[in-house]
Design a protein around this ligand. Structure first.
Ligand code: FAD
Ligand code: SF4
Length: 327
């Protein structure tokens, strides 16, 4: 590991100010991703700001009837919260589908949103990777790309975003609250939070340098059956090949309202309004599932080893719709 300096932040404004003052600074929360990356010298911060003692570990109501989740709320506490389980079950289910109990006890809401891709080549210093070393090339394009993206990628990077939690937050229209080094706060809808790789795959989100995530808000609960289905190589402790977060309200065969977001397909949680629209227009049949899948998969391209994801997406969506009918 490369030497670095360390401080423990005592308040949000001081943490954001300290980060803005040194361009090679990182916040450390649960450390479950950052420390691995530092050991591999993929992340090389000169200065670490420990935010684990900031008072950002609460979940409370918003004035709009939703919930505000502090950035330091641990994944296990969020999944177990009775309000989350009752009103936002898709989020609880997605969290419990991720990592392991020990990791969820450490991992935080802010850190989970900002975890880096699990592309094998990104984690292998010495091999070309535009995300790790801009301009060096993409080893995955012609390499082993079983876990990689089929939509939203570019010829510079085909990595997927690995978070389960973010997929559920996308379906719930979460908003991310931040503070910058001047103490200014802003709110970023999760739909605008992540960037597609284009020619700059090393830039993954729209945070400014040193901007601190303080909390995530959820709008008032959305009625319907909340489902999270994750298809992966092992039954636990594995990242999604394809996942679907869904909130579906139906009367018998008729789908009155459907929200769908997909993980494992793209560099960011993937939500396609036309897919949701297709489910309203052709109620409750295999035809509507097919039309919705067509919309999600518009422009989808496999890269060899991950071609199977195109069919798998279709089948996973069908399974989710069938489950919503049985629920
Ligand atoms: C073996 C293993 C299996 C896993 N499996 C899954 C899985 O199946 N599904 C899944 O979704 N995840 C999985 N994970 C990933 C895990 O969920 C993430 O590592 C974790 O959520 C990151 O949170 P953290 O608090 O530890 O972040 P850290 O490692 O502390 O930080 C991650 C990044 O976020 C930044 N950061 C943290 N908090 C803030 C903040 N408040 N404001 C601004 N920047 C911030 C840090 O600077 C750093 O860049 C797995 C991890 C491991 C090691
Ligand atoms: S897919 Fe992205 S992260 Fe993976 S090797 Fe290519 S550039 Fe790097």
């Amino acid at each position: 590991m490369i030497p670095f300096t360390y401080e423990r932040a005592t308040d949000e404004a001081a943490a954001a100010r300290a980060a803005a003052g040194n361009s090679n600074t990182k916040f450390i929360a649960g450390g479950t991703n950052l420390l691995d990356l530092m050991k591999l010298q993929i992340e090389k911060p000169q200065h670490l700001i420990d935010i684990t003692h900031l008072p950002l570990n609460r979940i409370g109501p918003t004035e709009q009837g939703g919930l505000r989740i502090g950035a330091m709320v641990r994944n296990s506490d969020l999944a177990a919260d009775t309000r989350i389980r009752r009103d936002y079950a898709v989020l609880s289910r997605a969290l419990l589908a991720g990592a392991s109990g020990q990791l969820r006890n450490m991992a935080t809401t802010g850190g989970n949103l900002l975890q880096r891709t699990r592309c094998y080549y990104f984690y292998t210093p010495g091999l070309p990777c535009n995300k790790r070393d801009p301009g060096s090339g993409c080893s995955a394009l012609l390499g082993f790309n079983r876990m990689h993206a089929i939509v939203g990628a570019s010829d510079q990077c085909i990595a997927v975003h690995p978070s389960d939690m973010a997929v559920a937050m996308r379906v719930l229209d979460a908003q991310i609250e931040t503070m910058n080094g001047e103490g200014k706060r802003r709110v970023i809808p999760i739909a605008d939070f992540y960037r597609l790789p284009g020619n700059t795959p090393h830039l993954e989100n729209n945070l400014q340098a040193g901007e601190l995530i303080t909390s995530v808000t959820l709008p008032p609960p959305v009625r319907g059956v909340h489902l999270y289905r994750k298809v992966r190589d092992r039954a636990s402790y594995a990242f999604a090949l394809v996942s679907v977060a869904a909130v579906i309200e139906r009367s018998g065969d008729q789908i009155n309202n459907a929200r769908l977001a997909f993980g494992g397909l793209a560099p960011q949680p993937w939500r396609v309004p036309a897919a949701e629209q297709a489910l309203h227009e052709a109620p409750g049949t295999a035809v509507s599932a097919d039309r919705a899948a067509d919309a999600v998969l518009a422009g989808a391209t496999g890269h060899g080893h991950n071609n199977f994801k195109i069919d798998l997406t279709r089948r996973t969506l069908q399974a989710v719709l069938a489950a919503s009918q049985r629920a």
